[in-house]
Write a protein that binds this ligand. Sequence first.
Ligand SMILES: Nc1ncnc2c1ncn2[C@@H]1O[C@H](COP(=O)(O)OP(=O)(O)OP(=O)(O)O)[C@@H](O)[C@H]1O
Length: 294
Amino acid sequence: MNVIEIDHLTKTYGQARGITDLSFTVEKGEIFGFIGPNGAGKSTTIRTLLGLIHPTSGSAKIFGKDIIQHGPEIKREIGYLPSEVFYYDNMKVKDLLKYSASFYNKDCSKRIKELAEVMDLDLSKKIDDLSLGNKKKVGIVQGLLHGPKLIILDEPTSGLDPLMQQKFFELLEQENKKGATILFSSHILSEVQRLCNRVAIVKEGKLIQLEKISTLKESNYKRFKIETKTPVSAGYFRMVGVNELKEEGQHVSFLYKGNINEVMRKIAAIEIQNVWVEEPDLEEIFMHYYEKED
Ligand SMILES: Nc1ncnc2c1ncn2[C@@H]1O[C@H](COP(=O)(O)OP(=O)(O)OP(=O)(O)O)[C@@H](O)[C@H]1O
């Protein structure tokens, strides 16, 4: 079952491009990554899904229901963490969270306490006195307190220290195990790689790739690092499938995509000291997509 269905969604801001003809689906139970550089259209997509802005054309469904016709009903089952959180600074954290909880027809007080404990958030403090990271934690608790079926996170980790990021990810994994579907927007690839099953890559408002993280990593490039006994002649490894070739004396490195035997034969034909074949991280693969598309 699809929790999110985006169908040829376009949003323009006057003359400015937001997103263009975007289509993809997110299945129930997925942790779905939504990656792209600044200005790619991630927030525009999310804000459209939440009914905060209206699409110029196209449509989208959440839980099988049209986002415009059934907006308020859908939103009760969504937990949303915006990229930037703004609050009435004078309020205490617990009062703000109580107020947020009042929008749902359930008692969220126990869950608020649990979440605050996990995220190490002091409920008795005034919002005004909180650091940026702690304000972010308030947003996290606010987004999760009602046990939403769909969690939408827009660049959620900015401002959180590594320990808190880890705790936050564990929390998301627990929510996912309990059945929540997660849409996780980010420009930080390592966190998407760590958390998500599938990913949509957007660039300049358009979808350029939709892939399982495992496929994205496996079916593509391998990073070769080679140490030779004597310096190799310049361009020795320049062959079809080799990218980002760096030759520095006895050290050669490149990304390779293609028939592995061909590159192995090339390596075997010279005296080598050492060789490393690694999975490139998503960052490297991602940069490559972008270069290719430019
Ligand atoms: N209110 C607005 N008015 C005009 N243009 C806008 C508005 N909001 C977004 N845009 C434009 O739409 C495009 C997509 O922006 P969006 O904020 O959706 O990208 P993003 O991928 O979320 O990037 P970021 O990570 O920087 O938030 C950009 O070119 C941006 O300048």
